[in-house]
Design a protein around this ligand. Structure first.
Ligand code: HEC
Length: 160
């Protein structure tokens, strides 16, 4: 057999075997009593932007596209979701301590000012997640306001 043919067959077999290893889905039918909106004031416009732009990676409720079933695409997505949730999980946001929450609001503001989120690779496939400059600014202003509020409550609890 020609060597290119052998290599092609081997690659096809490897890709075929990969299909049997689907990562577990990041989805639950359980309610989210600790969602960010349960504890913090989130105006409806901002909440819609977070739902459309961020929840697929930063929550316990990912809506999966069909190509998640193709490996290694699904692995790559699962990796992003794990990384994203470790840093900010909007479904668990109410559990964060005030110190943690203040830091996360600050990071959200920074990401919005830099237009660093949602990830560029994600925006190619998800038009609904594209934010206008005005929406980036709205979310940024809100995050800034929340950070200040939480920081003030931390300071007043310290009695300073
Ligand atoms: C396609 C998945 C995806 C989407 C959608 C997404 N993120 Fe992320 N986000 C990530 C990943 C992966 C990381 C961690 C790695 C990195 O910073 O690139 C992250 C990190 C972050 C961080 C932490 C940065 C840090 O340095 O600690 C913040 C804040 C954040 N995202 C906010 C958002 C906001 C707000 C949205 C919606 C407007 C959003 N993300 C949408 C995947 C996503």
């Amino acid at each position: 057999m020609k060597s290119w043919l052998k290599i092609t067959i081997i690659i096809i077999i490897i890709i075929g075997v990969m299909q049997f290893f689907r990562p577990q889905k990041n989805f639950t039918t359980a309610e989210a009593p600790n969602d960010i909106a349960a504890k913090y004031d989130v105006p409806m416009g901002v909440l819609m932007n977070l739902y459309d732009g961020c929840y697929n990676c930063h929550s316990n409720y990912t809506k999966y596209p069909w190509y998640y079933n193709i490996q290694p695409v699904g692995w790559w997505m699962a990796h992003h979701i794990n990384d994203a949730k470790r840093l900010v999980n909007f479904s668990e946001f109410a559990i964060y301590t005030p110190q943690q929450a203040a830091k996360k609001f600050k990071e959200i503001k920074r990401e919005m000012d830099e237009k660093g989120m949602p990830l560029k690779s994600y925006l190619l496939m998800h038009k609904e997640a594209r934010l206008t400059s005005e929406q980036y600014k709205n979310v940024s202003d809100w995050a800034q306001k929340m950070e200040t509020q939480v920081q003030e409550s931390i300071d007043s609890a310290k009695g300073s």
